[in-house]
Design a protein around this ligand. Sequence first.
Ligand code: ZN
Length: 340
Amino acid sequence: MESKINLLVELNKKHSELFCSQKLERDLYRAKHPTNVVAFKCMDGRIHLPVITETPLGIISPYRNMGGRFDLGWPLLNVSFDDAVTRAVQKGARTLVLVTYHFSKGDVHRGCAGFNYDCGASKKSTAAFRDQIRRIYGVENQVVFPVLIGIETDNDSLILHGDNEEVVDLAVLNEKDEESLISMIHRLFPNMPERIVSDFLPIIVGNLNQIGETKKHKLEAQLVHGEWVLAVGKGFDWLHTPNMAMIVGPYDPNIGEPIKTAAGIIKSNWESGRIEKGVVVLASALYGDAADRAKTQERAIFMKKLSEDIITQNYPEMNDYMNSIAVVVNSSTMKMEVIE
Ligand SMILES: [Zn+2]
């Protein structure tokens, strides 16, 4: 277990170095593409949008929860998302919202365990969330623009669901020159402001660039679920090694449910013999400046205790094989610090 925790610390260190070294790239990208990009996605650790869209780390702000289930009626999520929109508006920027679900073409069991591998149900849930965003900010609004996107994890390709009901799978797209892509975005999203179209384009181009890459090693690594980290809270952008972690965001008021589901998936990984017994609970909170650090620390400690209690109540047999740590992550370096 000790070595597993060291592995996580090392992984974070490497990611933090990369994140810091990309600062200028990130600033340059933002100067060229000012639109604030937010993604709502599943807790499944295989989904890493910066990699599959070739964008610098930190450009796409992620919200994660089991199955990519969200509801803007959740008080904490409501405030957090609205703050992000307001901050962007103050800088003169619009917000593009990527509302995502995921599945695998090759094997249903490489799909979304958070939705019992039912792709239809996860698509329906994410479409309802997109509609909720529209309802709140206004269907005709030109500032917050939600888009429904499927992520096919065998090829890491994006599936764009147009507002005209047309669906485009980027893995089988023929016309890939810039002009054709722009007219495709116009066709799919007739209401999308030009600024967002220009900033959506590099995300699509980035995805097209990496679809062709050899994914064989990836398929082997993620044949079926094998996660052993239960990550709870925020600041997990660095934790995207295939099959390592289930990530639960802090937003669901019934946060016990996704924690229980994630613990259940990890337990079934043991039972099937896919991994040896053992779970690391990693409770994390993200802070901006030093003044925030103290309260952030309390959040991480609270979520660690909560996760331990939920696991003990629901799966007492996991207790002997559980190790948990509370950490805080600095948002400007993504460096993690172990608190307890
Ligand atoms: Zn999932």
